[in-house]
Design a protein around this ligand. Sequence first.
Ligand code: PAF
Length: 294
Amino acid sequence: MIIFTRVQELQDHLDIVQNQQKTIGFVPTMGALHEGHLALVEISKKDNDISVCSIFVNPTQFNDLSDLAKYPRTLEKDSRMLESVDCDILFAPEISEMYTEAELELKRQNVEDKGWTNGKTVDFGQLDRVMEGTQRPGHFNGVAQVVSKLFRIVRPNRAYFGQKDFQQLAIIRSMAKQLELPVEIIGCPIVREKDGLAMSSRNVRLTETERAVAPLISKTLFKVKEMKADHSIAELKAFAETELRSEPLMQLEYFEIVDAETLQPVNDYKDAKNVVACIALKLGNVRLIDNIIL
Ligand code: PAF
């Protein structure tokens, strides 16, 4: 695996790859890798000639600076894990390679920076006004900003994202479409621990007691999927909310059943082609999300 920290050096290398008509698969991450990330690299390796993984803890998508400071940084371990699945290239830039001082100043002043659209109008419509969008103002703008920068640097044929961040996936698809970026966005299944907990870089921050109760999240989602056949959406919501609120260590932020495409809440199954149940909650100090397509 070749490790690049500089944009120019990565691009010089990828120019050669592209001139050889080889396809590039891309897995953007913020590091603290787990099996879920490795599964994305493995899918990319099957689909493409060269797979690039990036590790960059993106400051503009954090609305809580203490969350940014606490975000685990484990570059050496991550790099060994990527080697173990034969990832071809790791791109691990310093912050100065990704952002100008002016962009960082806007972030410090809490101003939403729209410079990443390169003068085009990008409007996520209602996609970023629900669920995570209401809980984490500015978060998706920061995600779209960094992912669009990464796409312009790596110029991948395909990019791979986990469906655990269902709303992020919808935003990135919309961003790539509106900016007409020539990349295929591929959503990949959620990878779970044996007890059902969705893999997340945040799981390591759970205490032993919190970790022990965390599977209630996926258990509730699996049960909701089972109940769909003979229960209304209102009944599923009431069930899930009661379950999750029954655990004193959990503070439920939302449980929503939404149209899988528009992400708007639905009241009836016939209002959408596919529906997805989404959860966000705090377990101690750790914010967790999970979802299931019903
Ligand atoms: O899902 C993530 O890890 C991040 O949001 C992403 C897509 C790498 C952008 O920083």
